[in-house]
Design a protein. Structure first.
Length: 367
């Protein structure tokens, strides 16, 4: 019999999951609901869903799988709403929220409706939003944390993983509290810091308007995530309040320590500060996709003349290799420029490197 899925929240993550499910389960029928009717129409035109619905009730009673992919505060409201909506007996319900403790507290209340709720968090994404940015391969090789309650039988967990196997993600089971602590350190807190770094530069720009032009390279790299959805990050901060407050406390101590080192010009302490950070950073796995995605980046030395970008992209296109991003790192009249090409996988990167070397371009991969 045909299976039915209902996706609530047709944005980047909901859309990407719909595409990944379709890839693996060709005969499934996917309904989509979003508070924003334009997102529903767009999801339908892009064939991300089979049919848009105007309310959750319209499809909830026949759905074998319900995925809630809205900002986390809305997810809580939807879980509350689902307690009062007819649901199919034995249905699986999951979410994709970046926080898990509060969502699990709400979700487990659905158990008395003969459905199973399993919290989930695919730990990859992007600073982009909306269904137009959705991709079936968004979660490939990423960790996908699930937080099933102890009472959830293993076959239900396997059933959920089976539904989601088109994501090609690696499933990891965790307690919701542990999830929030770890996601807090490696994802939520860095987003707060990235936003505050950008705000600092913006304030300085009132007096020195040129600062924006100079804020390239490293600054752009570490602040990319500050371009993410403010609604989503507002909600995450509210949900993970306790952990974030603890992290902000210990960060302030760290900053006080550095302040002391700089004030007293303590060269040894400053060297150790940067050196310790470098050692740990260099040891982090770089080719696995975590919450902060790994990049398969290739640097290409290019003579600074018009047409060079189309030459490079032409060589790759001819070899059938796609790039996900291209950026000019450095261009000045008197020096060679450097292009940074991003690929989707290690094998694309290696094939791209080979093709460009064959055309006498100098390339290197950053460690
Ligand atoms: N963006 C990312 O990189 C990642 C996000 N997440 C989580 O995924 C969830 C969704 O994020 P994105 O897809 O990135 O956001 P998005 O902004 O692309 O999509 C969210 C969608 O939810 C809809 N929505 C909002 N309130 C609604 C409601 N009451 N009923 C129905 N639809 C509603 C919005 O109209 C929008 O289309 C969030 O909980 C976020 O924490 C998880 C992993 C990665
Ligand atoms: O764009 C990035 O680097 C991200 O950090 C994406 C991201 C955002 C939220 C999550 O819960 C998980 C991953």
């Amino acid at each position: 019999m045909k299976k039915h899925v209902l996706i609530i929240g047709l944005g980047l993550i909901g859309g990407s999951l719909a595409l990944a499910i379709k890839k693996e389960h060709a005969d499934v029928y996917i309904y989509g609901y979003d508070i924003d009717t334009d997102s529903v129409s767009m999801a339908q035109s892009l064939k991300v869903i089979d049919e848009g619905v105007q309310s959750i009730e319209e499809a909830a009673a026949i759905a074998d799988l319900l995925i809630i992919s809205t900002p986390v505060v809305k997810t809580m409201e939807i879980l509350e709403q689902l307690q009062h909506v007819p649901l199919k007996s034995g249905a699986l319900i999951t979410d994709v929220g970046s926080t898990k403790k509060r969502i699990m507290e709400k979700g487990r209340k659905l158990e008395n409706k003969d459905v199973t709720f399993i919290g989930g968090h695919p730990m990859a994404g992007s600073h982009k939003t909306g269904v137009t940015a959705a991709k079936a391969h968004l979660f490939e090789n990423a960790y996908y944390v699930i937080t099933p309650d102890q009472s959830v039988p293993t076959p239900a967990v396997i059933r959920l993983q089976n539904w989601l196997k088109g994501t090609r993600a690696r499933f990891l089971t965790m307690l919701p509290e542990e999830h929030d602590q770890l996601a807090g350190v490696i994802s939520h807190f860095p987003h707060v810091i990235a936003a505050s770094l950008v705000r600092q530069v913006e304030k300085i720009s009132y007096e020195h308007p040129q600062v924006g032009q100079l804020a390239a390279g490293g600054f752009r790299d570490i602040t990319r995530i500050a371009s993410s959805s403010p609604t989503m990050w507002r909600d995450i901060c509210v949900h993970n309040k306790e952990i974030l407050l603890e992290l902000l406390q210990s960060w302030q101590k760290e900053l006080r320590d550095v302040t002391g080192m700089i004030e007293s010009e303590d060269e040894k302490a400053l060297y150790d500060f940067f050196s310790q950070a470098k050692t740990y950073r260099d040891e982090l796995p770089s080719k696995k996709r975590g919450a902060l995605p790994a990049f398969y980046d290739l640097y290409v030395d290019v003579p600074d003349h018009p047409g060079v970008i189309s030459d490079v992209t032409g060589i790759l296109a001819e070899a059938g290799i796609s790039i996900t991003n291209i950026r000019i790192i450095e261009t000045r009249e008197d020096i060679m420029g450097v292009l940074r090409l991003s690929f989707r996988s290690e094998s694309d990167l290696q094939a791209g490197k080979q093709s460009l070397n064959d055309h006498l371009y100098e390339t290197y991969v950053a460690q």
